[in-house]
Design a protein around this ligand. Structure first.
Ligand code: B12
Ligand code: SF4
Length: 445
C-alpha cells in the first residue's frame, strides 16, 4: 500500500491501438510529487497520457496499489474521463484534483458521485498537496460540502510559490525523458516562468482570466543550474525545450535568452509571439540564432483579420509575414499553430488562414528554413473569454469528445477533439480545410 499515486490523467478513455505519439513530461505534477517525496511521503507517478493507459487499467492499478491518496490533473478535454475514473473506482480513497481549469469547474466536481473524499485545489499545487496528505493544513478550505473541500492557493496564500526559481524537481518521476525526437535530436524540457502577458480569447492562460496571479519568472542563475543539471543527468541531449506558456515575450527576454544559451553547445526551442519581435533588429535575431535557438513555436491562429480581432491577437497579417521572413532569413525555423472553427468563422476566413499558411510555407522553402504547421479544431475551454461569449449568445457547449473523423484524415489523435462546430462552415468543409492545412506540411517546391 503506497501513500500517494499521482496520475497524469489520460485523454482517451480506451487504449488506442498502435498509438505511438510523443508526449512531454508532466513537469507541474513532478514538482508536486517531489515536494511530497522530500517530506517523507511515498509517491508514485503514473503517466497515463504518455503510456496510453485506459480508464479500466487505471482502475485496476488503483485497486491493486490501494493508495491512501489519488492525485489527478484535469483538463477541459478529459473532464468526463477523470469523472469516470473517480465515479467508477470501487476502492474508497482520498482524491485530490487540480490543474489550470479547476477554478472554472470545481462546482461541478463537487457533485461527482462517489463515497470517497474529494479535495479540489485551485492554483499551484507544489506545496499544498503535501499539507493535505499530511493533514497539516496551514490554510482552511474556501468551501466545504460533506466530504468535499475546495482549496484556493491565492497570491497571498502561504502555499503560493512566490519565487519559482528553486522549487525541487526529481526527474526520475518522468519515464519519457530525454525525448528522442523523430527529427534526430535528443531533448529535455524545463519550465522557466508561469503565466502569460497576453490575452488570447481561446486560451486558459489568458491574462484577464488569471489577473489575480502575477507572471513569475525564474532567475537566470536558477535556469543555468537546471540546464547544467540536465546535461549531467542526460549527457546525450543536444536540445532543450522550454515549456513555458510564453518564454520569449520581448526584446529583454530575447537578450536574456541569448546571453544564457550562448554559453552552451545546445539547440533550444520555445514559444514566442509575433509581438515579441516588435523592436528587435535583424542583428539581434542573428545573435538569437547563434545562441542555438533552432525553432520557435508561434501561435498564428488565423489569416483572417476579423478572426484575429475576435481572438485578441495581432490583426496585422502583413506584420506576421514580415516577422516570419526575418526569422527564416536568420535561419530560425518556425512551427506555426493554427485553429479553425471559431464561432461564426466563415469559409472565406478559413481560406485566408490556408492561404497565409501556404505563403509562409513557400517562403520558408525559398529561405531554406522549415515551417511546420500544427492545426487544431476550435473547442471552447472552460473559463476562457470565448467560452463565456458562446454561453452569452445562448449557444450550447457540448462536452469535448474525440474527433474520429479528423483522426482518420490527419492522424495525430492526441490533438483531435471536438465539442461541436461553432463556425458558419459545414463540418465537412471544416474538416476539409483542416486536412488541407495539415497536408501543407508535405509540400515541396
Ligand atoms: C506544456 C503543456 C502541455 C504539455 C505537457 C502537459 C502536462 N501534463 O504537463 C503537453 C503538450 C503534453 C500538453 C498536453 C495537453 N494540454 Co497543455 N499545456 C501546456 C502548457 C503550455 C504549460 C504547462 C506547464 O508545464 N506549466 C508549468 C507547470 C509548473 O504548471 P502546471 O502544469 O499548470 O501545473 C501547476 C498548476 O496548474 C497546478 N496543477 C497542475 N496539475 C495539478 C494537479 C493537482 C492534483 C494539483 C493539486 C495541482 C495541479 O500545480 C502545478 C504546479 O504549480 C499549458 C499552459 C498553462 N498556462 O498551463 C497548457 C495547458 C495546460 N494545456 C491545455 C490542454 C487543453 C492540454 C490537452 C488536454 C490538449 C489536448 N490534447 O486536448 C493535453 C492534456 C494531456 C495531459 N493529460 O497531459 C490547456 C488547459 C485548458 C483547459 N481548460 O483544459 C492549457 C492551459 C493551454 C490552453 N490552450 O489553454 N500540454
Ligand atoms: S495563446 Fe499563448 S500568447 Fe495567447 S494567452 Fe495563451 S499562452 Fe499567452
Amino acid at each position: 500500500m503506497i501513500d500517494v499515486l499521482i496520475i497524469n490523467s489520460p485523454i482517451f478513455k480506451d487504449k488506442l491501438k498502435g498509438y505511438d505519439e510523443d508526449s512531454l513530461p508532466p513537469i507541474g505534477l513532478g514538482y508536486i510529487a517531489t515536494n511530497m517525496q522530500n517530506s517523507g511521503i511515498e509517491v508514485e507517478l503514473l503517466d497515463a497520457f504518455a503510456n496510453n493507459t485506459s480508464v479500466l487499467e487505471i482502475l485496476d492499478i488503483v485497486e491493486n496499489k490501494k493508495p491512501k491518496f489519488v492525485v489527478l490533473n484535469i483538463f477541459s478535454t478529459n473532464y468526463e474521463i477523470v469523472k469516470d475514473i473517480i465515479e467508477e473506482c470501487n476502492f474508497e480513497t482520498n482524491f485530490i484534483i487540480g490543474g489550470p481549469v479547476t477554478k472554472h469547474i470545481y462546482h461541478d466536481i463537487i457533485n461527482w458521485v462517489t463515497s470517497s473524499n474529494i479535495d479540489i485545489v485551485i492554483g499551484d499545487g507544489d506545496y499544498i498537496v503535501t499539507d493535505i496528505v499530511k493533514n497539516a493544513l496551514k490554510e482552511e478550505p474556501v468551501e466545504v460540502l460533506y466530504n468535499r473541500r475546495v482549496f484556493k492557493v491565492e497570491y497571498n496564500s502561504c502555499c503560493f510559490p512566490q519565487d519559482i526559481s528553486n522549487i525541487p524537481l526529481d526527474r526520475s518521476f518522468f519515464k519519457n525523458e530525454p525525448i528522442m525526437h523523430p527529427r534526430g535530436f535528443i531533448e529535455a524540457n524545463l519550465v522557466t516562468s508561469r503565466g502569460c502577458i497576453y490575452n488570447c480569447s481561446f486560451c486558459g492562460a489568458a491574462r484577464s482570466i488569471n489577473i489575480d496571479l502575477p507572471v513569475r519568472e525564474r532567475t537566470t542563475d536558477s535556469i543555468r543550474e537546471e540546464i547544467d543539471y540536465l546535461l549531467s543527468l542526460y549527457p546525450q541531449i543536444n536540445s532543450i525545450r522550454i515549456l513555458d506558456d510564453l518564454f520569449l515575450k520581448d526584446l529583454n527576454n530575447i537578450k536574456k535568452a541569448t546571453n544564457l544559451f550562448k554559453n552552451y553547445k545546445l539547440n533550444w526551442r520555445c514559444m514566442a509571439h509575433i509581438k515579441t519581435f516588435r523592436d528587435v533588429s535583424r542583428e539581434q535575431i542573428e545573435d538569437l540564432k547563434a545562441s542555438g535557438c533552432s525553432e520557435l513555436f508561434i501561435g498564428l491562429e488565423s489569416g483572417s483579420e476579423s478572426i484575429l480581432k475576435l481572438l485578441n491577437k495581432n490583426p496585422n497579417v502583413a506584420q506576421t509575414k514580415e516577422v516570419l521572413l526575418k526569422l527564416f532569413l536568420c535561419g530560425i525555423n518556425v512551427k506555426g499553430y493554427f485553429i479553425m472553427g471559431f464561432p461564426d468563422e466563415t469559409e472565406n476566413d478559413m481560406y485566408l488562414t490556408y492561404n497565409l499558411a501556404k505563403q509562409l510555407k513557400q517562403l520558408s522553402l525559398v529561405m531554406e528554413s522549415s515551417f511546420r504547421i500544427s492545426i487544431f479544431q476550435f473547442r471552447p475551454y472552460h473559463g476562457t473569454l470565448l467560452y463565456s461569449r458562446i454561453l452569452d449568445i445562448n449557444r450550447n457547449i457540448q462536452p469535448i469528445r474525440i474527433n474520429e473523423k479528423l483522426s482518420k484524415n490527419i492522424g495525430r489523435n492526441q490533438f483531435n477533439f471536438s465539442s461541436g462546430n461553432y463556425s458558419q462552415c459545414s463540418e465537412i468543409n471544416l474538416i476539409k480545410y483542416i486536412k488541407m492545412m495539415n497536408d501543407l506540411n508535405g509540400v515541396s517546391l
